[in-house]
Design a protein around this ligand. Structure first.
Ligand SMILES: N[C@@H](CCC(=O)N[C@@H](CS)C(=O)NCC(=O)O)C(=O)O
Length: 233
């Protein structure tokens, strides 16, 4: 059984009234918010590599404690990682950082062709997000549909497994938290099944949903559906 499948009791979120943990005491801490898909990326990497003991999860509420930007991360965003006396942010950088600097199974294959494709897909993820979110105010089925087609095509590239590079990798981690939300939101808002006519995407979502490292990280539709309606429609 993979280390990532060990069930973890999730700590409660810290809010504006909470005292800070003993910052820079040598503990490695991953600051997240349970509903943040960017933070979710790094949380999945941590789980997949079996780093539950090495990287302590520190969830913080939307109602942020003042010490978070003041003493830790002036950008005041999540995720951030406190490691070796430094604080690092930005989820795509952190996916790579945690994969490279900690023990556990690698999330990038050795195959150079797969590595090149990984860079391409990781670099595209911001554009993917921007295009899907901006489509909400336009023609979402058509405009976001083109983005889901991009994923479908990418999933056809390697046939030695159901993931973007065949095996589970940094690329799946980067896209999964968002596709999870888009699938539910498109169904709720426009009665549109984003997997319809996209068989590879359908299977990918199915296997992602069964991945132990991912399961405990899933977002809550009760939170993001109204948030998307308010913010992007
Ligand atoms: N580009 C950043 C985005 C992170 C981000 O926007 N996080 C949100 C929560 S999901 C946040 O902390 N927002 C607070 C703010 O922007 O003040 C990343 O990839 O890590």
């Amino acid at each position: 059984m993979a280390a990532s499948s060990v069930q973890e009791i999730l700590p409660p979120s810290l809010d504006s009234t909470s005292e800070p943990p003993p910052l820079f005491d040598g503990t490695t801490r991953l600051y997240i918010n349970y509903q943040c898909p960017f933070a979710q990326r790094v949380w999945i990497v941590r789980n997949y590599k079996g780093l539950q003991d090495e990287i302590k999860l520190v969830p913080i509420d939307k109602n942020r404690p003042a010490w978070y930007p003041e003493k830790l991360y002036p950008e005041n965003k999540v995720p951030s990682l406190e490691h070796n006396g430094k604080v690092i942010g930005e989820s795509l950088d952190l996916i790579k950082y945690v994969d490279t600097n900690f023990k556990g199974p690698a999330l990038l294959p050795d195959d150079p062709a797969k590595q090149t494709f990984a860079e391409e897909l990781l670099a595209y993820s911001d554009t993917f997000l921007k295009n899907v979110f901006t489509s909400f105010k336009g023609d979402p089925i058509k405009q976001a549909g083109a983005e889901f087609d991009y994923l479908e095509t990418a999933l056809h590239k390697f046939d030695d497994g159901p993931f973007f590079l065949g095996q589970f990798s940094q690329v799946d981690v980067a896209y999964a938290p968002f596709v999870e939300r888009f699938q539910i939101f498109f169904q709720e808002q426009w009665k549109n099944d984003i997997t319809s006519g996209r068989p590879k995407l359908a299977v990918w979502i199915e296997v992602i949903n069964k991945t132990d490292a991912y399961k405990p990280t899933k977002g809550d539709p009760e939170y993001f559906v109204p948030y998307y309606r308010k913010s992007f429609l």
